[in-house]
Write a protein that binds this ligand. Sequence first.
Ligand SMILES: *Cc1c(COP(=O)(O)O)cnc(C)c1O
Length: 428
Amino acid sequence: MSAERKPGFNTLAIHAGAQPDPATGARATPIYQTTSYVFEDVDHAAALFNLETFGNIYTRITNPTQAVLEERVAALEGGTAGLAVASGHAAQALVFHVLLEPGDEFVAARQLYGGSINQFTQSFKKFGWSVRFADTDDAGSFRAALTPKTKAIFVESIANPGGIITDIAAISAVAKDAGVPLIVDNTLATPYLIRPIQHGADIIVHSLTKFLGGHGNSIGGAIVDCGTFDWLASGRYPTLSEPSPSYHGIIFAETFGNFGFAIAARVFSLRDLGPAISPFNAFLILTGIETLPLRMQRHCDNALSVAEWLSGHEKVAWVNYAGLPGNKYYALARRYCPLGAGAVFTFGLKGGYEGGVRLVSNVRLFSHLANIGDTRSLIIHPASTTHRQLSDEQRARAGAGPEVVRLSVGLEDVADIIADLDQALAAV
Ligand SMILES: *Cc1c(COP(=O)(O)O)cnc(C)c1O
């Protein structure tokens, strides 16, 4: 890539962070399947442990395959640095581990991936962290949930269970007034559709497991430091702005400036909590990212066609896809993701709970499972699976009423995807 030209998104998806292997000339990024790295001498080892020089010590903390993935995701998002970890949930846990002390709070949108709701309300309690929920559609509800203990705001850009577009800029304004960072989970959109930095995000998290990896074969997660939040001026985040006892008193935000958050997440939180990504998973996800722009566009185009077709079907009560004119989120979708409204959305069956069960039992091309963002088309009936433990009222609040079906539209021929839904709906 020439120095004068700023490479475009397609180019970055293939090249960012990578170069031919200096030892072998290998063009694809090798899988550095090693736990540890030989020191040049005692002084080199000391400099590495003191963070005076960048280099590899142990794969729990850094690995060359993982490093390419980190640079790739950070470049696509436009951030200052990235950190790849074992899963999307690990990314979230590490972000909050850097930001929160026992007794601290954060405000999160209520419209979240179900696993995130469990993590925030159940596991985080054991760290002494509490969450208050607000409504994605109402920036004022985030303001109302703030307390003097609030240290962050968390939203999804395209929110679960799909079809919801978040007004990131409006919620960023609340975060800025409160002096706290805005964390955006950009999993469903990917940076191909939405770049949260442009709308005021300070930290981005990803489940790489979904569209970024894209092939349903590896679990992974990422954190992107947007380099936008002034931790030193705030003074409310001691991990970043106070001397670190485990590194001879260095201050992360001072020594590493606008990528101090990413460094702290790696050398403090990842080092001590330990959810490292395997080099093999990093390799598979990197390979997936090379075709992200092509895949994401086809995912969106197929999803729009399927949503249009479902809207006209006699057994379908409603379709919630933000790409459909007339949808509640259509204007936000035009503004935030003009290339497409993603590939995950819900629709309701006139046949209710029984209809949902019959539909998922009769699909042939679609896979009935609890994932999204695969090349394959996926379907789930939340009321009989992911949300079956909840009460009727909780299910309705989570957008998982008895009649609701969720699709993750894949990359097959759209005529085949529609034909499969057509024959399965005939059995409803
Ligand atoms: C899947 C998902 C997660 C969790 O990611 P894992 O890789 O499964 O740990 C978090 N947020 C969203 C929006 C997701 O879809």
